[in-house]
Design a protein around this ligand. Structure first.
Ligand code: PNS
Length: 162
């Protein structure tokens, strides 16, 4: 069984992430979306909330599982018996950081292959931090967040911005 791990902060999950989840789920037998700790970021949503949001939007995709973990991605990868790590790649600005991460992970575990899926064109500019900023100032993020979770996320981000 070919298992892929899609790691990230997902603070919050966007339609750009969902696009990667949908496409990656078709390439593997099983896709595990895992909320990890990025030590460079201070999340607005708790790991539990982020997992619940992702679970709700992926309920219709049978081979997707959602989890959280607060250690190294390499350890999680091994624990899951995964074949590959999937990451979405937007513009050149993502490349350097993602390339570094992929190389570090490969150094830790030579079996850890990272596959980059190019973002779909319409999500090229989209990021969780843009969504957080826009919502905290009362801007309209409705086209960036999956419909099932949009209202809750908007409400939470608006409060966080007060
Ligand atoms: O969505 P993000 O914030 O770009 O995702 C980055 C993330 C969470 C995947 C990355 O920070 C991560 O892998 N964190 C877990 C710790 C780890 O394994 N770091 C890489 C080796 S130093």
């Amino acid at each position: 069984m070919r298992i892929a791990v899609y790691p990230g902060s997902f603070d919050p999950v966007t339609r750009g992430h969902f696009d990667i989840i949908e496409r990656a789920s078709r390439l593997f037998d099983r896709l595990v979306v895992v909320v990890l700790v990025n030590p460079d970021k201070r999340p607005v949503f708790s790991a539990e909330e982020r997992v619940l949001f992702i679970e709700r939007i992926t309920a219709g995709i049978e081979n997707v599982e959602v989890d959280s973990f607060d250690g190294l991605l390499a350890d999680y990868f091994k624990e899951k018996g995964a074949t590959a790590v999937v990451k979405g790649l937007r513009a050149m600005s993502d490349f350097e950081y993602e390339f570094q991460m992929a190389l570090i992970n490969k150094q830790i575990n030579p079996e850890m292959e990272t596959l980059f899926l190019n973002t779909s064109g319409e999500y090229m500019y989209l990021s969780s931090s843009i969504v957080r900023q826009l919502a905290s100032f009362g801007g309209d993020v409705s086209s960036f967040i999956p419909a099932e979770i949009r209202d809750e996320i908007v409400e939470r981000l608006r409060k966080a911005g007060e």
